[in-house]
Design a protein around this ligand. Structure first.
Ligand SMILES: [Ca+2]
Ligand SMILES: [Ca+2]
Ligand SMILES: [Ca+2]
Length: 493
């Protein structure tokens, strides 16, 4: 019963005294006997340090969006999560953004019409007099499709003070187009959504939008667009807080439009108007390579040719699913790369319009020995100097999956000097014995040097949501369990 005893160190399951140790905490708290699979876990930290976790599960019979919160750095959470969505539809794929005084959650919802098409809804929570988080009386419908005639999918959200921006992929015109909705009153009301892709409406598939803001005015959006044939990466920006967007522009430059597929864009923007868009591209086939485009002047100009980020022979191996973050003028890129067999994770810094140094492999173990996948990069800066920022890169790692059951562990590496140097390789981020459960939907956030991770974990038999927080440089450890505690737990069974 060793596993059971370890789980009880998660503070919640066994109750009792708070234990001031770094351990995994289960936060979805489904009722015993009604323990549905949870999915789409997302975490964010507000500027004052409150931590919010959202996910969807069907404990009430239909998929719904749930939120839990911690006001003590992740040690304790509400005993019962808060139901975010209203209405009778299935609510899935939540995304979250936090500001000083509000938490905004957006999701797909089938409540409108009889076709079970998905529409985009948002709810904003704020603290009431007693400090309890309260959501508004009504969810806000963002895509304007009151009869549910068309799908609106995969919303993404960003917020800064009273500004909230949501983008999604929308079927209203035929083939999917990209729409954006903006609120200037902290999510209470939204302006009419605007279409961002400028070709004939509904004429070509546009999907996977990503959004980032640089302060209150500059907003950057990037997406996949097949208007030219194979998929290209397009971007659109606003310099007036999302009231309007400039004409869109192609970013995967350097070869003919539509000549090869460009997928999985990610975008990051800094306070000074620097923005990076990264993606993976088939132009060097057979393998896929990671490319980047950037602006250092708030989107007034972008590089005339996209620049390849991975530096082995072009197209030799698959370099895919890049992630990007930026702090104090330094961009941080990570991606998975199978040049040595299994997927390794690589990292590279970019400053302004150029690479600061060579790429480096950041996962330990032998190169290509196992699959290290799904890199997530976050950065957080005070920026009193260029190195006054923290960076964390987290991933899922299958090195201990000896029986090939898909049981992965969570690892990370971190820097407290804005990427000049990193802590020891291969710090464990979850505290479960290696290779004993699957972990998916990893979401991370960084506040100062405190890393917060949320994921969906199969350790308890169903898919549950777990949290772990630690300062950069520390490693999650399997807390030793005293023999007396083990006996106690076994006795309790
Ligand atoms: Ca389109
Ligand atoms: Ca392309
Ligand atoms: Ca490659």
């Amino acid at each position: 019963m060793r596993f059971h005893a370890l789980f009880c160190l998660g503070l919640i399951a066994c109750g009792g005294e708070k234990v001031l140790v770094s351990s995994d905490v289960r936060v979805d708290q489904a009722d015993p006997g009604s323990d549905p699979d949870s999915e789409s876990s997302r975490v964010c930290t507000s500027p004052n340090g409150d931590i919010f976790a959202v996910w969807s599960d069907a404990r009430s019979g239909i998929p719904a969006v749930w939120l839990n919160e911690s006001t003590d750095g992740g040690l304790t959470w509400l005993e019962q999560p808060i139901l975010v969505n209203q209405g009778s539809g299935a609510a899935t794929h939540p995304e979250i953004a936090c500001t000083s005084d509000k938490v905004h959650v957006v999701w797909e919802d089938t409540r409108d019409g009889l076709l079970e098409n998905k529409n985009i809804y948002l709810a904003s929570g704020a603290r009431g007099g007693a400090g309890n988080l309260r959501f508004g009386d009504e969810d806000v419908q963002l895509d304007g499709d009151e009869d549910g005639d068309h799908h609106s999918l995969r919303p993404q959200i960003a917020a800064f003070r009273d500004s909230v921006w949501v983008v999604w992929s929308d079927q209203r015109n035929g083939a999917y187009d990209i729409y954006a909705a903006t609120s200037a009153d902290a999510g209470d009301t939204f302006y009419e959504p605007r279409r961002l892709d400028s070709d004939e409406p509904g004429s070509a598939f546009s999907a996977s939008p990503r959004i980032a803001s640089s302060g209150p005015d500059l907003v950057f959006v990037a997406w996949e667009d097949s208007r030219n044939g194979l998929s290209d990466i397009y971007g659109a920006m606003s310099d007036n807080g999302g009231l309007s967007f400039d004409d869109d522009y192609r970013l995967d430059l350097g070869e003919a439009a539509g000549a090869s597929d460009s997928f999985s864009p990610q975008v990051a923007a800094d306070d000074d108007g620097t923005a990076y868009v990264v993606w993976h591209d088939t132009r060097d086939a057979p393998g896929r390579d990671v490319y980047i485009n950037w602006t250092s002047n708030g989107g007034a100009s972008w590089a005339a040719e996209a620049v390849r980020v991975d530096s082995d022979n072009p197209g030799f191996a698959d370099s895919i699913l890049p992630s990007v973050a930026v702090a104090c003028g330094v961009g941080h890129l990570a991606w998975q790369d199978d040049r040595s067999g299994g997927y390794d994770l690589f990292y590279r810094r970019v400053i302004g319009g150029g690479f600061a140094d060579e790429e480096v492999r950041i996962n330990g173990g032998g190169a290509g020995a196992a699959n290290s996948v799904d890199a997530k990069v976050v950065a957080s800066g005070g920026c009193s100097t260029a190195s006054d920022a923290s960076v964390a890169i987290a991933w899922r790692d299958l090195r201990s999956d000896s029986e090939e059951l898909g049981y992965n562990d969570l690892y990370y590496t971190g820097s407290t000097d804005n990427g000049l140097s990193f802590s020891a390789l291969d710090l464990r981020l979850d505290a479960l014995q290696a290779g004993t459960s699957y972990k998916v939907d990893l979401s991370i956030d960084l506040q100062g040097e405190d890393l917060r991770a949320l994921w969906v974990d199969g350790r308890s038999g169903s898919a549950d949501v777990y949290f772990h927080g630690l300062p950069i440089g520390e490693e999650a450890v399997l807390v030793p369990v005293a023999a007396s505690e083990l006996e106690e737990e076994e006795g309790a069974d």
